[in-house]
Design a protein around this ligand. Structure first.
Ligand SMILES: [Zn+2]
Length: 60
């Protein structure tokens, strides 16, 4: 189920404050940072984005 419209507009990467975009990750949907040189992917678990750097997947 897609995130509520408008929610993405107010979410930002906690590491670099760049906007996020929703993508399907290997295990869960993810919010992927669009910041150059950052690109952390935050998991969405049970429709709740987990915006914690410690929980984020690093880009390959
Ligand atoms: Zn970032």
């Amino acid at each position: 189920m897609p995130l509520e419209a408008g929610l993405l507009d107010i979410l930002a990467c906690p590491a670099c404050h760049a906007p996020l975009r929703e993508e399907q990750g290997p295990d869960t949907p993810e919010l992927v940072c669009t910041g150059e040189g950052c690109g952390l992917a935050y998991p969405i678990r049970d429709d709740i984005p987990v915006l914690l750097v410690d929980e984020a997947r690093r880009p390959a």
